[in-house]
Design a protein around this ligand. Structure first.
Ligand SMILES: N[C@@H](CCC(=O)N[C@@H](CS)C(=O)NCC(=O)O)C(=O)O
Length: 213
């Protein structure tokens, strides 16, 4: 089995992190067809990485689905609560990272690519609002040390790195995480996991290379 991945992608990084936390024998490779080309979409119809490719060539797209699949087939160690209510809460936190937090930063990425005119201060204000929501949501989930690391934590880390790196790359120095005490505390604890830290280090290097391109 292999994972088509890129160090720049928060979605691929969360899956690489899970693979390492579970110590799975899954090769991590760049896409075999250039991303954002018709050939890529022909081969991988979701048009995005990560993609999990089985030995028989069958593919699975969407990082959250890949994480859930890996969790179902390799559940030791497990990164989801058994209790259905708590599992649903974890799913909600994972969805929040992708449907609310990350989209608040996408326009800033378009600015970096020079593709879109954006009111950057207004977008930063929106991002702050979403970060404040994340702060409450993760605080309400309870201390990491008590509930244990779960898929939503693993999914959020690279998204949070991405949404914090973009304003910095646009020259906004203020530390947006410093305004969110619970999230800042959670971030420090997450960095204690070697596999989590390794994913963020890879993203950091990829972002540096992207900034210097
Ligand atoms: N919802 C998808 C998002 C994946 C995604 O947006 N991947 C980006 C890289 S970060 C990509 O492949 N973009 C190529 C494109 O949009 O053409 C997931 O969770 O896997």
């Amino acid at each position: 089995m292999k994972l088509l991945s890129s160090d720049l992608s928060p979605y691929a990084t969360r899956v690489r992190t899970l693979i390492r936390l579970k110590q799975l024998d899954i090769a991590i490779e760049p896409p075999d067809v250039p991303l954002r080309t018709p050939a890529f979409v022909r081969k991988y119809p979701y048009g995005k990485i990560p993609v999990l490719v089985r030995e028989d060539g069958e593919c699975l797209a969407e990082s959250w689905s890949i994480m859930q699949y890996l969790e179902s087939v390799h559940n030791t160690p497990s990164f989801q609560p058994e209790d259905p209510w708590l599992q649903a809460q974890m799913n909600a936190r994972g969805r929040f990272a992708d449907t609310q937090l990350a989209p608040a930063a996408f326009p800033l990425f378009s600015v970096l690519l020079g593709r879109q005119q954006v009111d950057v201060p207004a977008q930063l204000a929106l991002l702050r609002q979403e970060l404040a929501k994340a702060n409450v949501i993760w605080r309400q989930a309870g201390p990491l040390a008590e509930r244990g690391l779960d898929l939503a934590d693993i999914a959020l880390v690279p998204v949070l790195y991405f949404v914090l790196a973009l304003p910095r790359m646009l020259g906004h120095d203020s530390d947006l995480l410093a305004e969110q005490a619970a999230l800042q505390d959670w971030w420090s604890q997450m960095m204690q996991f070697e596999a989590v830290k390794a994913g963020i280090d890879e993203m950091e290097q990829a972002f540096q290379a992207f900034a210097n391109r």
